[in-house]
Design a protein around this ligand. Structure first.
Ligand code: UD1
Ligand code: CA
Length: 456
């Protein structure tokens, strides 16, 4: 339990020049989700009284992107420093303690922040620090002989002795609001960068007899993103966490380093996932699901005992129990497969329902269709669902057999237990239980001679 009520401020006004991108830094994605969203979700998970996001000049794009978040947005039109940024948020703060987070530090764990908040309170400020082998670039934590924190000195303002300090400021801290209001009015920008440093409040706290506590963080979780190399490094840390979580739940991963989650996954028992599988959006995997190498699954509900063979792309689909998909199949949005359906290689299915036990095994396109149960669709069958202007539906009733290389020109209905002869172009409904085919007669030309090469 946290000792008091608190507010959160997320600083996100930095320009992110080193990303070399037209996209604002905090909108770059980690695990498929904008950096700022990671921070927001962690923050919201702590249930603060208020949540304020400080965004920068030109940051309307950021604000628009998350218009539905229940937060206060405040613009810092010029980036005059972290102290100045927090100042912009002051009008929205109401509680005893304020927790300051960075919008470009996405991997922070909720438990770490809970420890930090627990260390702060009336007359107590808490700093999240980390000890690094290479502290270059960070603000250093300066302590006295007794080990008490005296102040923070930024790299650019530090003397050679101070630069040898390896304990650094993560930038994340929890401050009593009453003191903060006072300290912020006393900040100046008389330093190497000409900025209003939030870190200068530490020395003021010491002078005012406010206790400064430190809480140690794991170096991985406090890393920030300033360029694409750091983004890629954090992506690997994030993916390793996702893989570990799934393995802890019993999922077998052929190689946790070759598996990516860009969304939320829930998995049943004895699920097996081969290499280079990507899961995106909301994916539910039932018991004993097996996914082959190189498959991408997005927004899907996959039933028990489903086997997805290598190199499939599955998006917005429900797959019933015991079905087998692929290799090389593409299932597109609004496709629903009942149980024990077989979809084979080079088959594309879009916005269609396929009934129990039906098979579409080779080289077919099925779109805008209602396929009954026990249907067998032969190789190379195409539903011609689009007339260039409108989409039309194809209905194939239970037990029908569609011969290979058939075109079903929609709207069209194939009756129950009907058989369609191979090579047909079906433009009118086919009655139930009968053989329907459209095919020119086969002839043999008796007196035909193969041409021979002319002598010259
Ligand atoms: C800051 C800390 C430093 C710490 C480091 C950790 C200060 C003075 N220094 O340095 O001690 O080791 O973070 O990464 O606080 N931001 C704004 N408005 C501004 C300036 C910054 O919103 O005017 C935001 C940025 O978007 C970013 C965060 O604050 O999310 C930190 O800014 P950054 O410029 O990266 O701080 P550093 O100079 O690296
Ligand atoms: Ca930084």
């Amino acid at each position: 339990m946290l000792p008091m009520r608190f507010d959160i401020v997320i600083l996100a006004a930095g320009q992110g020049t080193r990303m070399r991108s037209a996209v604002p830094k905090v909108l770059h994605r980690l695990g498929g989700k904008p950096l700022l969203q990671h921070v927001y979700e962690t923050a919201a998970g702590l249930s603060p009284q208020t949540l304020t996001i400080v965004y920068g000049h030109g940051g309307e794009q950021v604000r628009r992107c998350f218009a539905d978040w229940p937060v206060e947005w405040v613009e810092q039109s010029r980036q005059l420093g972290t102290g100045h940024a927090v100042q912009q948020a002051l009008p929205f703060l109401t509680q005893d303690v304020v927790l300051v987070l960075y919008g470009d530090v996405p991997l922070l764990r909720r438990e770490t922040l809970q420890r930090l908040l627990a260390a702060a309170g009336e007359n107590r400020l808490a700093l999240l620090t980390v000890t690094l082998a290479d502290p270059t670039g960070y603000g250093r934590i300066v302590r006295d002989e007794g080990g008490c924190v005296r102040r923070i000195v930024e790299e650019k303002d530090a003397d050679p002795d101070e630069r040898t300090i390896r304990e650094v400021n993560t930038g994340i801290l929890a401050i009593p609001l009453r003191n903060l209001r006072d300290w912020l009015t006393r900040l100046d920008n008389d330093n190497a960068q000409g900025e209003y440093y939030l870190t200068d409040v530490i020395a003021m706290a010491v002078a005012d007899g406010v206790a400064v506590e430190t809480v140690a963080a794991d170096p991985d979780e406090v890393q920030g993103v300033n360029d694409k190399r750091q983004l890629a490094r954090l992506e690997r840390i994030y993916q390793r966490r996702q893989a570990d979580t799934l393995m802890e739940q019993g999922v077998t991963l052929a190689d946790p380093a070759r598996f990516d989650v860009r969304g939320e996954v829930s998995a049943g028992r004895d699920v097996e996932i081969d290499v280079n599988v990507v899961l995106e959006g909301r994916v539910r995997l039932g018991d004993r699901v097996r996914i082959g190498a190189g498959t991408v699954v997005r927004d899907a509900d996959v039933g028990d005992d489903v086997e997805i063979l290598p190199h499939c792309v599955i998006d917005g689909v429900r797959i019933g129990p015991g079905s087998r998909i692929g290799p090389f199949a593409r299932l597109r949005p609004e496709t629903v497969l009942a149980d024990h359906v077989h979809i084979g290689n080079f088959v594309e299915i879009k916005k269609s329902h396929v009934g129990t036990g039906s098979k579409i095994n080779h080289l077919s396109y099925v779109g805008d269709s209602e396929v009954g149960s026990g249907v067998n669709i032969g190789a190379g069958t195409i539903t011609c669902n689009y007339d260039g202007v409108n989409k039309h539906r194809t209905v194939i009733e239970d037990g029908a057999f569609i011969g290979s290389d058939t075109q079903l020109v929609a709207p069209v209905r194939i009756g129950r237990d009907a058989t369609i002869g191979a090579g047909s172009t079906i433009t009118r409904d086919a009655p139930e239980g009968k053989l329907t085919l459209s095919r020119s007669r086969q002839i043999t030309v008796d007196d035909w001679q193969r041409p021979t090469k002319k002598q010259r």
